[in-house]
Design a binder for this molecule. Structure first.
Ligand SMILES: NC(=O)c1ccc[n+]([C@@H]2O[C@H](COP(=O)([O-])OP(=O)(O)OC[C@H]3O[C@@H](n4cnc5c(N)ncnc54)[C@H](O)[C@@H]3O)[C@@H](O)[C@H]2O)c1
Length: 408
């Protein structure tokens, strides 16, 4: 077999074992994690460099991907690589305790922070959408979200079902990179679950990895299974091939007529992105995919998708906190630090930062770890204490955080 052309799509697999391909384990970690993000067993659409979350990418294009790897192989321990929306744009001299990589993804000046403007820049090859963990090379597949989803479901049981989820069932949609964690987390938390997904390949992936137990043949079969498992108190997850925009209204109609009702309803389609993330009612998956690839159809697709889903967003618009978090983690000596815009909820609705610190067993690393792993959660406590949460204020006092305005 001949070698793939340079910069062409190809299966990517990170090196394993103790042999170094870079100048240190700090840069080797970034080198392996970037590649692991695009491993066909991890990424949702590796050929397009898409890791998860609709169009969340690890690098802007294959040429950028190749160049990031080449740069990481030679990056010295007093140098820092800068990544701008998936493109390696510079290497500067810093120092041994500074991050080896700094990344900023999808950030737009607020007045232009819309999907329209983002897509225009994306089409011109000037940007990419980094989601949260894709563009910072720290995505580890659905396993990364199992615990958080599990905690959420357990908390819901505490608040609504006297702490016992047995005999309860969850209705949800979307079995992608993040949503695929829901059936397993639901089972762990004691619920059975009905998981609607419009692409058979996504259901197959989750059945193969055993995050999902079984697939129903149609809606009647799915509901019969939900009722049976609820009666038997069994926590079993069931996939159903179909369009949530069509099935959910039908379920409401049946429930109003006395049919089965779920105990919890969630959604993990990529409804934050009306072009790539949500199959509109009445559309086939083939039509949907064709319209995604044709910019002249985007307006019609958006209008149709918007009818079928409602996007819920939070109200906290101050993004100084994640910016401060990233600056502090940089100053503290993290190994890489990223800044993002739009992850989880889309353009204009979020800014967040990410941090990685490599533990290589050295004394120097121990000092960096001590600073970063104290400071990083510390900024979370600071932010919530400032917003008036009593639990955060108590935590700040208990841990001796120096917050000059606390209690004033
Ligand atoms: N849970 C979290 O903590 C977390 C973290 C990051 C992102 N998110 C958000 O969660 C959402 C899902 O993320 P993901 O990585 O799983 O996305 P994904 O794009 O990998 O998967 C979405 C899935 O929804 C399916 N889908 C779309 N429209 C549908 C419809 N009408 N009916 C049935 N299925 C439909 C798609 O086929 C796809 O499999 C995104 O909005 C993402 O930003 C959540």
């Amino acid at each position: 077999m001949s070698a793939p052309a340079p910069h062409a799509a190809r299966p990517v697999r990170a090196n394993r074992g103790t042999e170094l391909h870079c100048q240190s384990w700090l840069t080797e970690a970034a080198y392996r994690m970037l590649q692991n993000n695009l491993d066909p067993e991890v990424a949702e659409n590796p050929d397009a460099l898409v890791v998860y979350g609709g169009i969340g990418k690890a690098a802007r294009n294959w040429a950028c991907f190749d160049q990031i790897l080449a740069t990481l192989r030679t990056l010295k321990d007093d140098e820092t690589l800068l990544i701008q929306s998936g493109k390696p744009v510079g290497v500067f001299r810093t120092h041994a305790d500074a991050p080896r990589v700094l990344l900023a993804n999808s950030n737009l000046v607020p007045a232009w922070a819309t999907w329209e403007h983002f897509h225009e820049l994306d089409r011109k090859g000037l940007m990419m959408y980094g989601q949260m963990t894709a563009g910072s090379w720290i995505y580890i597949g659905s396993q990364g979200i199992v615990q958080g989803t599990y905690e959420t479901f357990v908390e819901a049981a505490k608040q609504h079902f006297g702490g016992n989820a047995q005999g309860k069932w969850i209705l949800t949609a979307g079995l992608g990179g993040m949503g695929g964690a829901q059936p397993l987390a639901a089972s762990f938390a004691g619920y059975s679950s009905l998981n609607i997904e419009c692409q058979q390949s996504r259901i197959d992936f989750r059945l193969r990895s055993r995050y999902l137990d079984e697939q129903a043949s149609d809606l009647d079969d799915a509901l019969a299974r939900m009722q049976r498992y609820a009666a038997e108190g069994k926590a079993i997850s069931v996939g159903l091939l179909g369009n949530a925009a069509e099935i959910l209204p039908e379920l409401v109609r049946r429930a109003q007529a006395g049919g089965p009702k779920p105990d919890l309803v969630t959604d993990q389609t990529s409804a934050h992105d009306l072009i790539h993330g949500y199959l509109p009612a009445g559309w086939t998956v083939g039509q949907w995919q064709a319209a995604q690839a044709d910019a002249s159809q985007h307006a019609a697709l958006k209008a149709a998708a918007a009818q079928g889903c409602a996007v819920h967003v939070g109200s906290d618009a101050v993004s100084d906190w994640p910016l401060l978090n990233a600056l502090l983690n940089t100053a503290g000596g993290a190994t890489w630090v990223s800044l993002h815009h739009g992850g989880g909820v889309g353009m204009g609705y979020s800014q967040h930062s990410g941090v990685v610190i490599v533990c290589d067993g050295t004394d120097a690393a121990a000092k960096r770890i001590e600073r970063v792993l104290w400071n990083d959660p510390g900024t979370g406590v600071m932010r919530h204490a400032d917003a008036g949460y009593e639990i955060a204020q108590a935590c700040a006092r208990e841990q001796g955080l120096n917050l000059p305005m606390l209690g004033r």
